[in-house]
Design a protein around this ligand. Structure first.
Ligand code: FE2
Length: 337
């Protein structure tokens, strides 16, 4: 068992005593009821809650107007169709991840990582993903949020596409998911009904022979931060632990808590980038912006920020590709940094 330093314990205790800014009491022992009450309140108030305690209103209709106007202008150029074709051209990447304390039973454990599906954004995206996966069998499938394109409206089309996708994937230990900033709190129960175990500031274990791997999932912290996310990570020191967080923004706390591997997305690797892949916009990250794409390492912790499968806003990509990841866990020291 890894040890939790006194400073970290103090940080946790201080954080857990500072819930006064939410209308419903947040329980120290995680509760879906208190989480749902606050998430729903933030969604209805169009409230953005940041890790630094800042709260602001999200004027999504202004944002939508600007995006739609830009899209209409772009459609008049040859760039638009080229960008759409780029966005449809998703790729499968197989990446080894070396973890020093990986239990022996999990050697070569394969994790299919899907992020930022935005399923309605690209026509026929579900079948495109299944075609790229090509019936490969994996040990576990994890989904790190942003299942739909819109921020509001019916969740039914997204759930329908998601079920088709899940039904086409062979995952021995099933499916684990977390919410993104495009997802609404009413999606949790229907997603569990179609077979995705949602981790809402919760943890679970994957057991193999007599060993286990812990997975902790938090709610989105880019728009809907509560300290329950931090509290969930407190359990990371107990086992070899993978954290599923929609964005990289908790990287430093997760490392302090003892997370071994941090999987996230949200940034789309910039989606529209300069030649060479330099992002023009990196998902609006205040914290962790240096980790907006690919593999990274912070202190002892390794992380991977997926460029996502789908697109946000305008369905185009330049100098980035949508990706489906298969991560293969291996015992050993990291070698690819
Ligand atoms: Fe996102």
């Amino acid at each position: 068992m890894k040890s939790l330093s006194p400073q970290i314990k103090n940080t946790i205790n201080q954080k857990l005593s500072s819930y006064s800014s939410f209308p419903f009491p947040v329980e120290k022992i995680n509760s879906r009821q208190s989480w749902a009450a606050n998430r729903l309140w933030m969604e209805n108030q169009q409230m953005i809650s940041k890790r630094n305690g800042k709260k602001s209103r999200y004027h999504w209709y202004c944002f939508s107007f600007m995006v739609n106007t830009f899209q209409r202008m772009l459609r008049l150029t040859d760039f638009y169709e080229k960008g759409v074709q780029n966005a449809k051209n998703i790729v499968l990447r197989e990446i080894p991840i070396y973890l020093p304390n990986l239990p022996q039973a999990f050697q070569d454990f394969s994790i299919l990582h899907l992020s930022d599906l935005h399923l309605e954004g690209i026509p026929d995206l579900t079948n495109r993903i299944l075609s790229v996966i090509d019936n490969r069998r994996v040990d576990l499938c994890v989904l790190t949020g942003d299942y739909r394109s819109a921020l509001h409206g019916s969740i039914a089309p997204t759930l329908h596409s998601l079920k088709t996708l899940i039904d086409g994937i062979h995952s021995h230990h099933g499916f684990l998911g977390v919410l993104g900033n495009h997802d609404d709190c009413h999606m949790v129960n229907p997603m569990e009904e179609i077979g995705i175990r949602m981790l809402i500031n919760e943890n679970c274990w994957i057991h193999k022979f007599n060993e286990r791997l812990q997975v902790i999932g938090t709610d989105d912290v880019s728009m809907y931060y509560t300290d329950q996310a931090l509290h969930a990570l407190e359990k990371a020191h107990e086992d070899c632990t993978i954290a599923l967080v929609h964005s990289p923004e908790l990287y430093d706390i997760a490392a302090q808590m003892g997370v071994d591997l941090y999987l996230c997305g949200h940034t789309h690797a910039g989606q529209i980038c300069l030649p060479g892949g330099k992002a023009i916009v990196n998902g609006g990250l205040k914290n962790g912006s240096q980790y907006y794409r690919g593999a990274w390492k912070y202190q002892h912790m390794q992380g991977f920020t997926s460029s996502g499968v789908g697109t946000s806003g305008i369905p185009i990509r330049f100098n980035t590709r949508g990706e489906v990841l298969i991560l293969r866990l291996r015992q050993g020291s990291p070698t690819f940094y």
